[in-house]
Design a protein around this ligand. Structure first.
Ligand SMILES: [Fe+2]
Length: 257
């Protein structure tokens, strides 16, 4: 997937530590302040508050919880430039794999997975609906391990699983059982990110740990790579342009005539 000697990404994913954890700490505090306000939580420490989120919201109905969750996402996406902060925290990995001309998803998803939540994310891959040339950045705001983490199949295991699915296309349950045998739940601590190709199979199990998982996910891709089936202009915005592209764009727009 990469032209660089980025050994780990050959398997299609990598857990990487942020260059500067302070950026992610500020991001986590900003999100937690919004959560505190929305859900009327008194706990001051963001790590404690986020891990124990399920305790503060246990009296809310699913409908109330969902409404508040939507409001939270609306509020934070207006205030926080997620794409830039996550790019600045993991610039080397993203530039090594995607090059100097990059676009980023406009909206960042915030996923809350409370202990015992019966609706984890079923096994899937983001491509071909999303471009096959995207990197998904999965950034947990709390330490994630075992069932609190997401699971992923590396490139070879994804291939094996898809071959199995081709031969057993009518039996999804069997496919799921087969694929999960090859999955791993990489531990991703706060301050790290899991980066993976949109072609890899992934999902999450029921969180059987005693803490809530709150994580962000956002996608990055090269400006010049093929789009997926979604309208790229609707979902992505320009993040950075290399010098060569700046000159080319100048030329194309008639400024170098
Ligand atoms: Fe996904």
């Amino acid at each position: 997937m990469t032209l660089n000697s980025n050994k780990d990404f050959k398997k299609g994913y990598e857990v990487r530590k942020a260059k500067n954890i302070r950026l992610l700490e500020k991001l986590r505090n900003d999100i937690y302040n919004e959560i505190k306000e929305n859900f009327k939580i008194k706990e001051k420490n963001s790590n404690v508050g986020l891990n124990n989120f399920h305790k503060y919201v246990k009296n809310l109905s699913n409908k109330e919880l969902n409404a508040k969750r939507k409001l939270l996402i609306n509020n934070v996406t207006k205030k926080i430039n997620f794409g830039e902060i996550i790019f600045n925290s993991f610039e080397k990995l993203l530039t090594d794999n995607l090059g100097p001309d990059m676009i980023v998803q406009k909206n960042c998803n915030i996923v809350i997975q409370m202990p015992g939540d019966p609706n984890p994310s079923e096994i899937h891959r983001d491509a071909p609906l999303n471009s096959a040339y995207e990197i998904v950045a999965w950034i947990p705001l709390v330490d994630c391990y075992k069932s609190k983490a997401m699971y992923i199949l590396n490139y070879n295991s994804t291939k094996k699983a898809l071959n199995f699915l081709k031969k057993n296309s009518k039996d999804w349950k069997k496919f799921e059982e087969y694929a999960l045998k090859f999955s791993s739940n990489p531990t991703v601590k706060f301050g790290q990110g899991l980066f993976f190709s949109s072609c890899l199979m992934h999902g999450s199990n029921i969180n059987t740990e005693k803490e809530t998982r709150i994580s962000l996910n956002i996608r990055f891709k090269s400006l010049f790579s093929p789009a997926g089936k979604k309208n790229q202009l609707q979902y992505f915005k320009l993040l950075k342009q290399g010098n060569l592209t700046k000159i080319g764009v100048d030329f194309e727009s008639g400024n170098l005539f």
